[in-house]
Design a protein around this ligand. Structure first.
Ligand code: ADP
Ligand code: MG
Length: 751
């Protein structure tokens, strides 16, 4: 059935059955599939292997598609490829045998409009079954075989047998097709049987969705929806059913996010930072404060979007609740400046800032960037007679030598260090802060909620008395944009700000998908001419599936090949994750100051690396990279007023790979690419493996179900506003709790 056709939701036929009275999902979860008579012990084992142990598991195993045997047609009306039920009469049969003894039966049938052939392989008994003159109902897909109209292996009901009651008609039904598991030995038909029994025995289901919302969004009742998605009576039935079930999935998730946010607000107070949104307005507060001096001292004017983002952040930071904000922006939009401004806003009131990055190379790079931006800035140091001292910035990763590490740890604890940049290493227990005021997490969805919370907890001050804590402000940055609805699902507990403007004067990047040798030669030629003009180039090595070590080895080989052949005579450096830290730094420094002209690298350069003189990036085997990765890699060039080029080598492998390359070639808009990525790769891309699993999203497709994400958000907010502990929505509460582990449940529902 065509997924394009989306008829409006039909009104519930059993509205009166739904309500708090029926069976709850938690009850269905407590009933084992072994209690179903249709499930034999062997099959119960197979189901368990497949992750289906309860009746709830079974009922949330949804059909992938449906076979429509309700549609009837005359023979002449069928086009090739059509599936329909035809009422016809048998004209002739013949049996054909090949030399190996295998045979096929060809049955010619006709109706008032025309005729066609039915073909059965290895079913000699068909000849006797379908005798000349018998009337049949045939369901199948019409094909064209050497100019003849035929159906191979159709389903056939003999009308006489159906009418006599000897067999049940298999026509006039819609058959669900389940994602059967050949491995576990389960087919779609078996699952359909189990589901049917489960539905019949479960009876009406409790419907936790208040009726006013059901009416407002024309949603069916839950009982109807669950039935209609498994056993639709009409071809259009699954659509409204699906809408309802998707809404339920999203509502549970949004309730968790809204409740998490509320719990944070309820339990925590904020440091009221001494900063005002005016400090970034043009001409406002310039130079008077640390932030003001920082803004005034920048070698460029902030873009409007950067100003707007900082103003929002400062308003949050000065306010009574801890900030939880997501900062989105395309590659090159200048998020680092916003991050530094945020940390300095904490520093100017005597607190500290921490920035956590997902990789060492990136932490390194941020450290250099932040130190440069903070250069010449001073803070008031009450412990000192002179009063002022330079803003101090440190780097903490696992590669920092022990002695250096000890110094940083001690200065963070004493408050002598104002800003620290680091990796996961910041989460280590011995890292303590004198007064952590602002936390920035730069992620590529690589940090989970726990890690964000972990760094933040280092700044938490437990207050005696009411159990409330004082929490540092939190800013989460994404390296590449993610679609708005996806962000509402992944980061729905955060406020959102988008830096939707590039700094002025950026020259465009020309992207070329180099499909053949000629185009590839042009890429190497471009590197030579750009290097001759004093600019720099990256060559990104193919992505190898296996270990870091294998990736490194392939980079080493590629470096040797390129420097001996296509790039002979140029100063070509090599960077990969397995190099010792000191050497990595040496290579990066050499590339930055031009001692190296070309950098052959693995994806360690993916995020954040900022060398404005780089104007060419060549990505080898580009079809093996994801869209977000390609966009990030391309973002390593085009970082100044120099025109830049990105060459994507490869393609022609898979359809998806080619679609990715075509998309990246077509546009440099990260938000548009994020949408394409979601379309091509589905939820996993944005949610991350871990989050997809625990989110409870089984039917939801974020791209298709955008409107339902927004509606679920609205409903969740309205429900929680009126009933913060869900006391009046016990069934919803139970369903939400089932998605949470104990610690999270305790946090969200403090009794
Ligand atoms: P991203 O958002 O990708 O992290 P960065 O913060 O690394 O971007 O900034 C990219 C480059 O743009 C850097 O070289 C930075 O110095 C520069 N930049 C940032 N803001 C501005 C601005 N307002 N005007 C000009 N250049 C800017
Ligand atoms: Mg960045």
């Amino acid at each position: 059935m065509s997924p394009q056709a989306r008829p409006a939701a039909s009104t519930s036929r059993h509205a009166d059955r739904d309500g708090p009275g029926g069976r709850r999902l938690a009850q269905l979860e407590d009933i084992s599939v072994t209690t179903l008579v249709s499930v034999k012990p062997k099959k119960a084992e197979a189901l368990a292997e497949w992750g289906v142990t309860s009746v709830l598991d079974l009922l949330t195993t949804y059909p992938r598609r449906y076979i429509d045997r309700t549609r009837t047609a005359d023979v002449a009306d069928l086009a090739v490829g059509d599936e329909a039920v035809v009422f016809a009469e048998v004209k002739s049969t013949r049996s054909i045998r090949n030399p190996r003894g295998r045979g096929r039966v060809e049955v010619s049938v006709f109706d008032a409009t025309g005729d066609m052939t039915l073909v059965f392989f290895n079913q000699p008994w068909r000849e006797g079954q379908l005798s000349v003159g018998s009337q049949v109902l045939v369901w199948g897909k019409l094909a064209d075989y050497r100019g003849k109209r035929q159906m191979a292996h159709p389903i056939v009901d003999l009308v006489a047998r159906v009418e006599s009651g000897a067999v049940e008609s298999r026509m006039n039904q819609i058959i669900p097709v389940y994602p059967a598991s050949a491995k576990a030995g389960l087919n779609s038909w078996e699952i359909a049987t189990y589901v049917k029994e489960a539905l019949d025995r479960a009876g009406p289901l409790a419907d936790p969705l208040p009726v006013e919302w059901r009416r407002r969004f024309k949603l069916n009742g839950r009982t109807d929806a669950v039935r209609a998605i498994h056993r639709p009576e009409r071809p259009a039935d699954p659509w409204p059913a699906r809408d309802r079930l998707v809404f339920d999935e999203l509502l549970r998730l949004q309730l968790i996010l809204v409740l998490r946010r509320r719990a944070l607000e309820r339990s925590a107070r904020a440091i009221r930072h001494e900063v005002s949104p005016d400090e970034v307005s043009p001409g406002g507060g310039l130079g008077a404060t640390l932030v003001g001096r920082f803004v005034a001292g920048l070698p460029f004017e902030l873009t409007g979007a950067q100003r707007a983002a900082l103003a929002k952040i400062f308003a949050d930071m000065a306010g009574p609740l801890p900030m939880h904000r997501l900062l989105q922006g395309d590659v090159g939009s200048g998020k680092t400046v916003v991050a530094v401004g945020t940390m300095l806003a904490a520093v100017q009131g005597g607190h500290q800032g921490a920035l956590m990055a997902p990789t060492e190379v990136l932490a390194d790079q941020h450290f250099l960037g932040v130190r440069a931006l903070a250069d010449g800035l001073e803070v008031l140091d009450p412990g000192r007679l002179g009063g002022n001292r330079p803003v101090s910035v440190g780097l903490l990763t696992n590669k920092v030598p022990a002695k250096e590490r000890a110094r940083i740890v001690s200065e963070l604890a004493s408050g002598q260090m104002d800003i620290v940049i680091g990796t996961h290493a910041l989460l280590t227990e011995d890292v303590q802060f004198a007064s952590l005021g602002a936390v920035v997490v730069d992620e590529q969805h690589r940090f989970g909620v726990e890690q964000r919370a972990g760094l933040r907890a280092k700044g938490r001050i437990e207050e005696s008395g009411d159990g409330a804590t004082v929490d540092p402000d939190l800013l989460v940055m994404t390296a590449t944009p993610i679609p708005r609805t996806a962000a509402m699902v992944v980061f729905g507990d955060l406020d959102m700000t988008v830096v939707d403007e590039q700094p002025p004067g950026r020259a465009p990047i020309t992207t070329v998908w180099a499909r053949g040798d000629l185009e590839e030669a042009a890429a190497w030629e471009r590197i030579r001419s750009e290097v001759a003009a004093g600019h720099r180039a990256y060559v990104v090595c193919p992505l190898v599936e296996e270990s870091e070590r294998v990736v490194a080895r392939s980079a080493v080989e590629e470096h040797a090949r390129l420097s001996a052949e296509v790039l002979a005579g140029l100063r070509v450096g090599l960077l990969h994750g397995q190099l010792p830290t000191a050497q990595k730094k040496e290579v990066m420094d050499a590339f930055r100051d031009g001692a190296l002209q070309v950098l052959v690298a693995t994806t360690v350069i993916e995020v954040g690396i900022d060398v404005p003189e780089a104007t060419v990036v060549v990505v080898e085997d580009a079809d093996r990279f994801g869209i977000a990765q390609l966009h990030q890699l391309r973002g390593r060039v085009g970082r100044s007023s120099l025109p830049s080029w990105c060459y994507l080598l490869g393609g022609g492998g898979t359809e998806d790979g080619d679609a990715r390359l075509a998309a990246v070639e077509r546009t440099t808009d990260g938000f548009e690419l994020a949408e394409v990525d979601l379309e091509l790769r589905g939820e996993g891309t944005v949610l991350g493996e871990r989050q997809t699993g625990s989110s409870g999203l089984r039917l939801t497709k974020l791209r298709r179900d955008k409107e339902w994400v927004e509606r679920a958000r609205e409903v969740a907010e309205s429900i929680v506003a009126a009933d913060p502990d869900l006391d009046d929505h016990p069934t919803l509460l139970e369903e939400v709790r089932s998605l949470l582990d104990q610690a999270n449940a305790d946090f969200l529902f403090k009794s």
